[in-house]
Design a protein around this ligand. Structure first.
Ligand SMILES: [Zn+2]
Length: 259
């Protein structure tokens, strides 16, 4: 794939705090996780764009609920994870497969990242990562269908991508995630600085996304379960000493659920 990307990525807010991501050039668009068709149809019409493909990361309704309606307007391929109940899929994908959107000269590699759901996938290409509800800015998804072990392995895979990889996730949860992260790592200076910056961004009503893998590694407690301060906080929460990163992860994930 060429170094110069042919498409831009645009966020479409949906529901209360979802983002539907539109990849577009002057004429064509692909859409990631269209939970609702209406904002997508309105955007395509107002910009004069033709839809070329639909990419889904997992089966939750707030990510695929708009697919059937989009298919009534555009006969396009629908990509999504193999092994999840998505009736509208035209191609089910697993780890290592590739998706091409020729209209945008885009190629994405499929990364299997179970944990939030049992077969959740991410799309990675040209240093753009579309990761649904697995890695959030300063947080991670809840474990609805997977184990802490699986989620840790999935997050570790994403953390190995280049530091300047742009992270496009499914929700604007960043400020709430940062409040929790500050409780876990009160001495993390990069996190304190991030809190100030992201608060300014939200005051201006702008998305905090995309994030970047490097920023997440420096500030996201769920990617930092091997850090002594994170393990110490997890131990305090549990009332017993934990060091193993998966156990630390499980503890802070439970803590976040009730935070
Ligand atoms: Zn979800």
């Amino acid at each position: 794939m060429s170094e110069t990307k042919r498409y831009n990525v645009v966020p479409l807010p949906a529901f209360k705090d979802n983002y539907i991501w539109v990849l577009r050039d002057e004429r064509h668009a692909a859409v990631v996780d269209p939970g609702d068709a209406r904002p997508v149809l309105d955007y395509l019409a107002s910009e004069g764009l033709r839809l070329s493909a639909i990419l889904a990361t997992h089966h939750h309704a707030d990510h695929v609920g708009g697919v059937a309606e989009l298919l009534r307007h555009f006969g396009v391929p629908v990509y999504g994870p193999k092994g999840e109940p998505i009736a509208t899929l035209s191609r089910a994908l697993a780890e290592g497969e590739r998706v091409e959107v020729p209209e945008l000269a885009a190629i994405f590699h499929v990364i299997s990242i179970p944990g939030h759901t049992r077969a959740h996938i991410a799309y990675y290409g040209a240093k753009d990562l579309f990761c649904g509800d697995t890695l959030f800015a300063c947080g991670c998804g809840r474990l609805f269908e997977g184990t802490p072990q699986q989620m840790c392995a999935s997050l570790a895979k994403l953390a190995r991508l280049p530091e300047d990889t742009q992270v496009y996730c499914g929700h604007e949860y960043t400020l709430a995630n940062i409040r929790f992260a500050r409780a876990v790592e009160p001495a993390n200076a990069a996190l304190a600085e991030r809190e100030r910056a992201e608060m300014r961004t939200r005051e201006q009503d702008r998305p905090t996304l995309p994030s970047a893998i490097g920023r997440e590694k420096a500030t996201n407690p769920f990617l930092r379960c091997g850090e002594p301060e994170v393990a110490a906080s997890a131990s305090r929460y549990l009332g017993q000493d934990v060091r193993d990163p998966v156990q630390v992860f499980a503890a802070i994930r439970n803590w976040k659920n009730e935070f």
